[in-house]
Write a protein that binds this ligand. Structure first.
Ligand SMILES: Nc1ncnc2c1ncn2[C@@H]1O[C@H](COP(=O)(O)OP(=O)(O)OP(=O)(O)O)[C@@H](O)[C@H]1O
Ligand SMILES: [Mg+2]
Length: 350
């Protein structure tokens, strides 16, 4: 390194990543620095493609370098993203995924499948490699919500190929059974069915694997949360008191299992169910509030017709709320992964 590149790196090491609260040089986010004719050119590798903070980085880097390193007049920053790998997943599950996010609720019908689908679609739209597993083995809704209702996965080299919609790789027992022949599975069978959705499918490399859980804290969600190395759980609730008290139980279940709660989403907020219950719950439990999705008939229609609002109507309040949710969840995943590492290695990203 020349003197000047060393000086630029030193200046950049005062720039703090706003979510991770560490400097971008020790996080190994600054790559390929070159200097020519007073222009410092480098790449910032973000921890998620769904990062809304590029402008913040831009401002902070400029403020740190320009006027502080002699001879540098301009920065030329390129962007890249690499989701860090949750090291718990390594060795425990033979699926090349970097993070595993469960979407859960204490009460049925609060919008887990809707949130899972829109979250997955928004992350895929941002450029992430996303898988979506329908963990509701007995009552799978993901096929309808992704518009893949009549799909049948092919088998290649002994593994199923996931179906794809909106850039998401999707797998559900709904693809393997017919609606008039419901699955009757209990205990170990149920467990092995869930496991097969991970292991008997050729997922390819994924940044985010999202699992839509069945409601409650019964057998199926418990077995899933126990047997898979979850990076964290997104808890969905409606704003009203009954739903909130059920959500509390769901948070408690993940706490018992040592799975970090990524935060609480309040869904179907508005005149009918009111507003604020989810946020209050998050405050009480000391977990992050991830956002509020309005009650909106278009969200329901989007689910019924397999057209997630976040992609088909991104500019509506609901579409925007889901996009923002995806960014917040992605940021939380990065934070949780970097904090759960026993010792934060310098090169954890990449
Ligand atoms: N924000 C919203 N506005 C309007 N309708 C919504 C919203 N979120 C979800 N819905 C609708 O509410 C119903 C229940 O949603 P969903 O199936 O996602 O809930 P769930 O928690 O997965 O249910 P289950 O517990 O049965 O798995 C669906 O018809 C869905 O389209
Ligand atoms: Mg559901």
């Amino acid at each position: 390194m020349t003197d000047q590149t060393q000086q630029v790196m030193a200046a950049l090491s005062t720039v703090i990543e706003p979510e991770l609260h560490r400097d971008i040089v020790s996080l190994n986010m600054v790559r390929d620095l070159t200097i020519q004719d007073g222009v410092a050119r480098f790449t910032i590798v973000l921890t998620t493609p769904a990062c809304p903070l590029k402008n913040v980085f831009l401002e902070r880097c400029n403020a740190a370098v320009i006027g502080h390193v002699p001879g540098i007049e301009k920065l030329d920053i390129r962007w890249d993203a690499q989701v860090p790998t949750d090291r718990q997943i390594h060795g425990r599950l033979d699926v090349p995924m970097r993070s595993l996010i469960a979407v859960a609720s204490g009460k049925g019908g609060v919008g887990k499948s809707t949130v899972s689908t829109n979250l997955a679609a928004a992350l895929a739209d941002a450029g992430a490699r996303v898988g979506l597993i329908d963990g509701d083995i007995l009552n799978p809704n993901i096929p309808t919500m992704t518009g893949l209702g009549f799909g049948r996965p092919k088998v290649v080299d002994g593994k199923m190929v996931p179906l794809e919609a909106y850039g998401i790789k999707v797998m559900s027992t709904g693809f393997l059974t017919s609606p008039d022949k419901p699955m009757i599975l209990r205990g170990p069978m149920l467990h092995s069915a869930i496991r097969q959705l991970f292991t008997d499918v050729n997922w390819g490399q994924l940044d985010y694997m999202i699992v839509d859980l069945p409601p409650g804290t019964g057998d199926a969600p418990l077995s899933l949360a126990q047997s898979f190395p979850l990076t964290g759980a997104v808890i969905v609730t409606q704003p009203q008191d009954v739903a909130v008290s059920d959500a509390l139980r769901s948070i408690a279940m993940f706490e018992t299992l040592n799975v970090p709660t990524l935060g609480v989403v309040e869904n179907m907020a508005g005149d009918f169910f009111g507003e604020g219950g989810g946020e209050k719950l998050a405050q009480q439990r000391g977990v992050p509030f991830l956002g509020r999705i309005p009650l909106d008939a278009e969200v329901r229609k989007g689910g019924d017709f397999g057209r997630p609002v976040v992609v088909t109507q991104p500019d509506t309040p609901a579409g925007q709320a889901f996009q923002k949710l995806a960014q917040t969840v992605a940021a939380r995943v990065s934070v949780v992964m970097l904090h759960t590492a026993d010792v934060i290695p310098l090169n954890i990203i990449g």
